[in-house]
Write a protein that binds this ligand. Structure first.
Ligand SMILES: Nc1ncnc2c1ncn2[C@@H]1O[C@H](COP(=O)(O)OP(=O)(O)OP(=O)(O)O)[C@@H](O)[C@H]1O
Length: 633
């Protein structure tokens, strides 16, 4: 599609040297401007240099890579990815001074990290006592969660254990770090902290990267946290000034997670950046722009699309009824189309959004009943459903990192092999030998199949055939009597196969290692940008995406805004969540909510329509009951 750049967009694309802050509202074309600027710099600027283009999500990076794919050798001339992926590359290549000798193994899952912390705390008498005096398992679990949050927040503020004032915090943090080290692993926060330390402690290394990357472009600047901002500052040092940050404070929806839009101002001050505003909205119809404006009054916007669009509200008697109404609404659009949407409306052009993932449970059931294709993007992590592939995953981790104590202990616990734990010590250097030791001790068909699948991959120093294992397990799934179990296994195999294919495409050149593959899966770079069918998204995972038709479901007080956001900054962030949700729509916008909700313990609870519905003008503020059930306004 050949779209003319606006005057402001052209100015940004043509910007040459010097720091630049672009303040860009939703749908103003910031992704487009970033991409076009990278293209122009690579095409027009001469000399030997690379561009560092940092995006907030892998989705955005993949989209940018796709749009620039026709530039020869693009992967050599630019690093396009998240800051975490960039840090991974830096640490893999130059991480020795901070203790990273080879490609790091990442423990990305919360549960794994919790287990590391629990084991480490139980091995420390002072912390063991703190845990043991709590008799109730839930309270103990909450304490572990609190400790993990504390560690993450410390790392994100670039604190090392010695800097912690509180003695318990210091010991917890230190024990956890040692726990990771025992398994030769790091966590996500370490990627930033270690890279920061590397750039600070070894200025020559920072200088090497500074000279390599003549231009740095950063997307979604409002979502930077302290560690991220400091990594970027340490990379730039005092001399690198060709940095462009694009951001929008109104779309800051990760403040709860440590991000802070203040870094946009700080960047402007620290770097003396020039500032350009992009106030147009090229994406959304008039009703969508108006809804966004009523939510955030300071949204100064010039709606550029001369299309009215439509806005609707559906009220269900309960969540099941709400789900049926929403799918009937979509069905009608699929059948009839809409005057404000060009061409036939397909499921891929529609998305259902929820403030949290549970809002979408009832509609998922209804989708299954109707056999509609759909996909979910509710969590960034790979999670297999079948126990066969869960075992396979654990073994993959052990093959990649035979010193991984955590996943070894998880595997032998799953396989009831506790007494054979001594194997670990004997075979730490060789994952395949470790697995064959386990194979000798089992006659269970599933376990044997997993190990045989792993052995079938024709391992060499530089490569392995992941496909062989997938085919082996696919054939093995035919032996399953339960159709449900077989279906789960095949779904999991398909997901892994997709990760693998995506990995191969993104890492051309023939040198593939299991550690690098699992690292990319952990970083989320192998996630599919778009899939087939209707999209089911949380508001946070919908960031940066756009659809012709958007339905925001579960618009009830307590759900959206979330019940935990009572006042002040938390409530302001909820409003920005609503703003981001609404501005995902290009043409048609709809909301829905259930009048009653079944609570997990079985009782029904009355729901009040969300305050945002009255702010947008879909419900009169004095009519807290909302419209009649089933009626579309
Ligand atoms: N100059 C233009 N003329 C017409 N359409 C444009 C122009 N620039 C961008 N668009 C279109 O506007 C839409 C929004 O663009 P883009 O996805 O780049 O926005 P964004 O600023 O990154 O949005 P958000 O901040 O909400 O993620 C896209 O469909 C894009 O094709």
């Amino acid at each position: 599609m050949n779209i003319q750049l606006s005057e402001t967009q052209r100015k940004i694309v043509e910007h040459g040297e010097g720091p630049l802050l672009v303040v860009a509202g939703p749908g103003s074309g910031k992704t487009r401007v970033l991409t076009e600027r990278v293209r122009r710099l690579l095409n027009e600027d001469t000399g030997h240099f690379r561009i560092l283009a940092l995006t907030f999500t892998n989705k955005a990076a993949n989209e940018m890579k796709e749009r620039l794919s026709e530039i020869p050798n693009i992967e050599k001339r630019a690093f396009i990815g998240t800051l975490h992926s960039f840090c991974m590359e830096v640490l893999a290549n130059r991480g020795k001074p901070v203790g990273i000798d080879e490609l790091p193994n990442i423990f990305e899952s919360y549960q794994d990290r919790k287990q590391v912390l629990f084991q480490a705390a139980m091995a420390n008498p002072y912390l063991r006592h703190k845990l043991n005096i709590i008799l109730d398992a839930n309270t103990q679990d909450r304490l572990l969660n609190r400790w993990l949050d504390m560690i993450s927040s410390a790392k994100n503020n670039l604190f090392v254990p010695e800097m912690m004032d509180n003695e318990t915090d210091r010991q917890v943090y230190e024990a956890y770090n040692n726990g990771l080290r025992v398994s030769y692993a790091i966590d996500f926060d370490d990627l930033l902290l270690l890279t920061y330390r590397l750039f600070q402690e070894r200025p020559k290394i920072a200088d090497f990267y500074r000279r390599q990357y003549r231009y740095i472009c950063i997307d979604e600047g409002q979502d930077l946290n302290e560690a991220q901002y400091q990594v970027i500052s340490a990379l730039c040092g005092l001399e690198h000034r060709n940095v462009m940050i694009v951001g929008d404070k109104k779309q800051a929806i990760f403040v709860w997670n440590g991000a802070n839009p203040k870094y946009l101002d700080q960047f402007e001050r620290d770097f003396g950046a020039k500032k350009i505003f992009m106030n147009d909205n090229f994406r959304s119809s008039q009703v969508v722009v108006n809804a966004a404006k009523s939510l955030v009054s300071e949204y100064e916007v010039e709606g550029q699309l001369p299309i009215a669009g439509s806005i609707e509200l559906m009220e269900g008697i309960d969540e099941q009824h709400e789900a049926r109404l929403v799918l009937d609404y979509i069905q009608n659009l699929l059948n009839e189309g809409h005057r404000d949407v060009e061409g036939p409306i397909t499921l891929e052009r529609c998305a259902l959004l929820g403030r949290n993932r549970y809002v979408l449970s009832a509609v998922e059931d209804e989708l299954n009943k109707r056999h509609w294709p759909y996909y979910k993007q509710l969590s960034a992590q790979q999670e297999s459903e079948s126990s066969l592939i869960q075992d396979f995953e654990l073994c993959l981790r052990l093959l990649a990192n035979p010193r991984d104590r955590l996943h070894f202990s998880m595997l032998i616990a799953r396989w009831d092999m506790r007494e054979d734990a001594s194997d670990f010590g004997q075979h730490v250097s060789d994952g395949l030998r470790l697995l064959s030791a386990l194979k000798r001790r089992t006659s269970d068909n599933d376990r044997l199949a997993v190990i045989l699948a792993l052995e079938s991959m024709d391992w060499t120093e530089e490569n392995f055939k992941f496909k062989n294992a997938m085919e082996y397990l696919y054939d093995y799934s035919e032996t399953k009597e339960s159709q449900e179990e077989r279906a789960l296994i095949i779904e999991d195999i398909r997901t892994w196969q997709k990760h693998w294919n995506y990995y191969l495409r993104s890492q051309p050149g023939g040198y593939h290692t299991l550690t690098s593959f699992l690292g990319q899966v952990a970083l989320g770079t192998t996630q599919q940008p778009r899939q087939e069918g209707l999209a089911l998204l949380t508001v946070h995972s919908a960031k940066g995406l756009e659809f012709d038709v958007v339905v925001v479901m579960g618009m009830a007080e307590g759900t959206f805004p979330d019940y935990r956001a009572r006042d002040g900054p938390a409530l302001e962030e909820e409003m920005r969540d609503a703003f981001v949700a609404v501005t995902r729509s290009k043409r048609l916008l709809a909301f829905s909510y259930p009048r009653t909700k079944l609570m997990p313990w079985g009782s029904e609870r009355k729901q009040r329509p969300s305050r945002y519905l009255s702010i947008i003008g879909l419900i009169k503020p004095d009519n807290p009951r909302g419209p009649n059930p089933g009626k579309i306004v």
